[in-house]
Design a binder for this molecule. Structure first.
Ligand code: SAH
Length: 196
């Protein structure tokens, strides 16, 4: 499949921050994503008390869902506004602390302790900082990453997963010559070669 016109497209961090500033966040789903409900059993696979990772989390309400089910949620997002909005919109008190390993980064953690959101680029994270995860909810993440960074992103995600981790990935299917993205079109064949 030809992703032609999207291959070289780059969204800068500044452009993402502007989207949040302008309230240009059509990707945010107030009601949460129906596919997480549908495939929750696949993610959990009968397990409880999991560590679940939300790459490029925005203010995804699914983080609250999973925390309320007793899991521990970790997210990463460059927009501090997104993370502040998340805690405010769910009336969750939180604390902030610097992340010693990453200059300029902040960790924002719910007072109850089960939601930790890192305000920094995902590329600054490593398993020595955030540990490894039993599950990943990747919606608006792989498809938001710049096409040239996909391999780097997937390689990093792989290092953040426990052996028996499950990974739910949501993609979008459309003609990449008709829209510039994001979300970008990631062909099935590329997903197979990225994740192996
Ligand atoms: N997963 C969320 C948000 C999707 S939009 C949801 O389902 O609603 C993609 C998000 O990634 C934006 O909020 C953007 O600010 C953030 N982002 C973009 N590049 C990033 C990076 N390198 N590291 C962390 N977050 C990033």
């Amino acid at each position: 499949t030809d992703i032609g016109s999207q291959k070289d497209r780059v969204m800068s961090e500044e452009e993402w921050l502007q989207k949040w500033e302008m309230g240009n966040i059509g990707f945010h789903k107030e009601q949460g994503h129906p596919l997480l409900q549908k495939y929750l059993d696949v993610l959990l696979n009968g397990r409880s008390g999991l560590r679940i990772f939300f790459p490029l989390c925005g203010k995804a309400v699914e983080m609250k869902w999973l925390a309320d089910m007793g899991h521990s949620v970790v997210g990463v997002e460059i927009s501090e506004q997104a993370l502040k909005d998340f805690f405010a919109e769910h009336s969750l008190p939180y604390c902030e602390e610097p992340v010693p390993e990453i200059s300029g980064a902040k960790k924002m953690q719910s007072t109850s302790g089960n939601i930790s959101l890192y305000c920094c680029s995902i590329y600054d994270l490593s398993s020595s900082i955030v540990g490894k995860f039993d599950g990943v909810w990747d919606r608006g993440a792989l498809v938001a990453v710049n096409p040239c960074d996909r391999q780097r992103y997937v390689s990093l995600m792989t290092t953040l997963m426990e052996k028996n981790a499950s990974y739910l990935l949501v993609t979008v299917s459309y003609d990449p010559n008709k829209h510039k993205g994001p979300p970008f079109y990631v062909p099935e064949s590329e997903i197979k070669s990225l994740f192996g």
